[in-house]
Design a binder for this molecule. Structure first.
Ligand code: ADP
Ligand code: ASP
Ligand code: MG
Length: 455
């Protein structure tokens, strides 16, 4: 069987859903499990509604929170009507969903308090609406189709908003709730991003989490392939919004894809890859509107490409911390003491580079830097540089190719990296630059490694 995951832009309206249905029905012989994101920017809208309610905007008609909800529902209803799928059952689902959201938002507005748990219950409606419309459409087309609530399968812990999946439980639940319909030959439709705790509270996996859901379901069902359908022809050599000339990468390794995702290539959720890697399932990334076009296949081995560099990514803003002390010389346990403080404050560290008397690292821009500085003051001198970005040059070929670093720094020209790190797995060379010049750095590198004649 296969998993086919369609992102928000792939299910944005009736026309998109029709295209998706065509792809799904054409793959029917492969027993597709269809995983959907919310339609278009619905998730953003639901977050905005939740925040508006938390500000106390509770008047029903015309208030921003409820106006946003109106547009979310009218978008789904319009699509359903255009698809000829607005059955009485679907209309009842809309009414029930709408009532539930009204109650949730009123509760938030009344208390002026938005807990992560309530927020998850609110935003999960996006995926629930999309699957309801799509499943109704498949049924109206006469297809044997089963819409299974992902909350029955995607068991997570209770870290609302960032829930951690429980993979052993998911395997059992997927067998129980998906398998029987798939073996019957039905197309199974379910939500990405959304899960639930053992005691039935709705959770979400974090923004962009539908890809992760797809990989988790693929692992649970030992799928032959996990297909990520989106609005680009696979993973490209750089973010196409930064480098319009970026081109599709036919094949890459799991490790490369994971590095790219972690360093900002939005095309895949950073954690997507792990379940697929563990289960040895190939992941493909494809363009919903151009199914016959180029696509990327991600597997354990990949196929090496000629230039040594597979792709570029950048992520910012981040904050760079430089911690220095002469006491660091010849001291054992020094780094352990430093990073223990990061651990205690639950600050996750991305890049690290060390010199004899200084350590630099990057942290997210919302990290509690003041607290870190306060706690580290007795041990080291700390300088924080905000508005930095990480630029990553990724490729399995890096370790086999001489003079990569020379070419990278030549291409950067007058953009001087402030900190450099070559990952232990030798497949990425990352460095920090001011956030304002990160895109320019990526463009220069792309020109050197992908556009210019290669040495
Ligand atoms: P979906 O809604 O289908 O999940 P996303 O918006 O999450 O889609 O991811 C697709 C987008 O990722 C593309 O439209 C593109 O702008 C962006 N992107 C960033 N880096 C890359 C890259 N290296 N290759 C392809 N797309 C990228
Ligand atoms: N709809 C969710 C989001 O916008 C999940 C996803 O699309 O992957 O973050
Ligand atoms: Mg996405």
């Amino acid at each position: 069987m296969i998993v086919m995951k369609f992102g928000g832009s792939s299910v944005a309206d009736a026309g998109c859903m029709r295209q998706v249905a065509g792809l799904v029905l054409a793959a029917r012989a492969r027993q597709p499990l269809v995983v959907l994101s919310a339609m278009g920017k619905t998730t953003d809208a639901l977050f905005a509604a939740a925040r508006a309610a938390a500000r106390g905007e509770s008047a029903p008609a015309g208030a921003p929170a409820f106006g946003v909800i109106d547009s979310v529902f009218s978008r789904a209803e319009t699509a359903a009507r255009e698809l000829g799928a607005l059955s009485p059952a679907l209309a009842r689902e809309f009414v029930a969903g709408r009532q539930e959201l009204d109650v949730l938002l009123r509760g938030v507005a009344l208390l002026r308090e938005l807990t992560p748990r309530t927020q998850d219950a609110i935003v999960a409606h996006g995926e629930r609406l999309a699957t309801a419309v799509f499943a109704a459409f498949l049924a109206a087309e006469g297809a044997d189709c089963e819409c299974v609530d992902a909350r029955r399968v995607l068991r997570t812990d209770d870290r609302f908003g960032q829930a951690q999946p429980q993979r052993a439980a998911i395997a059992g639940l997927a067998a129980e709730h998906f398998r029987k319909h798939l073996s019957r030959g039905a197309v199974v439709v379910t939500q990405g991003y959304v899960g639930s705790t053992a005691d039935g509270f709705t959770t979400t996996l974090g923004r962009g989490g539908s890809d992760w859901s797809a990989a988790l379901f693929g692992e649970a069902l030992a799928a032959d392939e996990v297909q990520i359908w989106t609005d680009v022809e696979g993973v490209l050599t750089a973010d196409p919004r930064v480098v319009p000339a970026a081109r599709p990468i036919p094949s890459m390794t799991f490790a490369e894809a994971a590095e790219l995702a972690a360093f900002g290539a939005k095309v895949l959720h950073p954690k997507t890859i792990q379940p697929a890697v563990d289960a040895g399932i190939p992941v493909t990334v494809r363009h919903t509107m151009r199914p016959a076009g180029a696509f990327t296949t991600i597997t354990a081995k990949g196929t090496p490409n000629g230039t040594g560099v597979t792709a570029l990514a950048s992520r910012g803003p981040v904050t760079m911390l430089t911690m220095s002390s002469t006491r660091m010389l010849d001291q054992s346990g020094y780094l352990a003491r430093l990073f223990a403080v990061f651990g205690e404050l639950e600050v996750s560290v991305d890049l690290v580079a060390t010199a004899e008397v200084a350590v630099s690292c990057t942290v997210e821009p919302d990290a509690p830097v003041a607290k870190l500085v306060e706690r580290l003051r007795d041990v080291v001198r700390v300088e924080a540089a905000t508005d930095r970005a990480i630029v990553a040059v990724v490729g399995e070929g890096l370790r086999r190719t001489a003079r990569i670093a020379e070419r990278v720094f030549a291409a950067l020209g007058d953009i001087a990296p402030e900190m450099i790190s070559m990952g232990g797995n030798e497949i990425d060379l990352s460095f920090v630059v001011p956030h304002a010049v990160a895109n320019e750095a990526v463009r220069r590198l792309h020109a050197a490694f992908f556009t210019a004649p290669q040495p």
